[in-house]
Design a protein around this ligand. Structure first.
Ligand code: PPS
Length: 299
């Protein structure tokens, strides 16, 4: 994806992909290859809606898979330890598919795809899947700032415009509502651990223990303590192997907004107006039902 589907500033434009889900052309151009991806039975899929704690949970899972030896997590950037399945950046950067091909097992695979658009081999191979969901209000704010700094994503416009686009699913990877409920509905039908960002914030040691159990790894208390420390916001913020500072500014302009921005629950209160909050609640109640996952927007 070098020139087509880009706006004048070199940002990708939104396109309607499979099943009406909005994506970016660099992803839809590779759709067949993505769908034909051959998962291995010991792959661990880490799935999220964008800005829900992906990088954070990758660091936890990687540390657990390395037996709690966090020094081993410092050898490569996050994107090389858990390649992003559908990422297809301009050359010379390798695509997620290329990176995954050369990665030894057991691989960590990152995706933002909705459950129904997963390559079928993940289910055929009965892979373990970790899904992290974050409350929509904080996700929306984080995604807005990410659009400002990620020079490949579509132009976000003013906050008011982005707010509407997010609520109506007109953002890359589609509707937050469809995403979190789509994965939730499937959690008993496959080997999935469904986690919440807010729970990770509240008690990271508890969530790391849950992850270790799910992944079949025994980590002693000292290992859990090390992982809690290694994956704290402050430490990840200063860790070049986790904070994406290895990417050039023409992709992630961290001077506009750092990737590790605030890492809080409830930051939405600093930007939502009263009217936006009412509009949000109205939309939320239409989409979410008694059977949907429950979210906390403050701790
Ligand atoms: S991406 O681009 O979709 O993969 O982004 P993702 O990693 O899912 O989400 C980025 C947000 O997660 C926050 N983050 C953390 N919060 C708390 N603790 C830790 N350790 C942590 N690591 C990342 C990050 O700051 C982004 O949220 P905001 O609200 O923008 O700060």
């Amino acid at each position: 994806m070098q020139g087509e589907g880009l706006d004048k500033g070199g940002r990708e434009m939104l396109v309607e992909g499979e099943g009406g889900v909005f994506l970016v052309p660099s992803v839809t151009d590779k759709w067949r290859e993505i769908q034909e991806f051959q998962a291995r039975s010991d792959d661990i899929l880490i799935a999220t809606y964008p800005k829900s704690g992906t990088t954070w949970v990758i660091e936890m899972v990687d540390g657990i898979m390395k037996g709690g030896d966090t020094s081993l997590c410092l050898q490569k950037p996050s994107v090389a330890r858990a390649p992003f399945l559908e990422l297809n950046p301009p050359k010379p950067f390798p695509s997620g598919l290329e990176m995954l091909q050369s990665l030894p097992s057991p691989r960590l695979v990152k995706t933002h795809l909705p459950f129904h658009l997963l390559p079928p081999s993940f289910l055929e191979q009965n892979c373990k899947m970790v899904y992290v969901a974050r409350n929509a209000k904080d996700t929306m704010v984080s995604y807005y700032h990410f659009h400002r700094m990620n020079k490949r994503l579509p132009e976000p416009g003013q906050w008011e415009q982005f707010f509407e686009n997010f609520l109506t699913g007109k953002v890359a990877w589609g509707s937050w509502f469809d995403h979190v409920t789509g994965w939730w509905k499937e959690k008993e039908n496959c080997r999935m651990l469904y986690l919440f960002y807010e729970d990770m914030k509240e008690n990271p040691a508890r969530e790391i223990s849950k992850l270790a159990k799910f992944l079949g790894k025994e980590i002693d208390q000292a290992g859990i303590d090390r992982l809690v420390d290694h994956t704290s916001f402050q430490n990840m913020q200063h860790n070049p192997m986790a904070n994406h500072s290895t990417l050039p500014a023409n992709i992630f302009d961290q001077a506009v907004s750092p990737f590790m921005r605030k890492g809080e629950v409830g930051d939405w209160k600093n930007i939502f107006t009263v009217a936006q909050n009412e509009r949000f609640e109205e939309e939320y109640n239409q989409w979410m039902s008694r059977l949907s996952p429950r979210f906390r927007t403050e701790l």
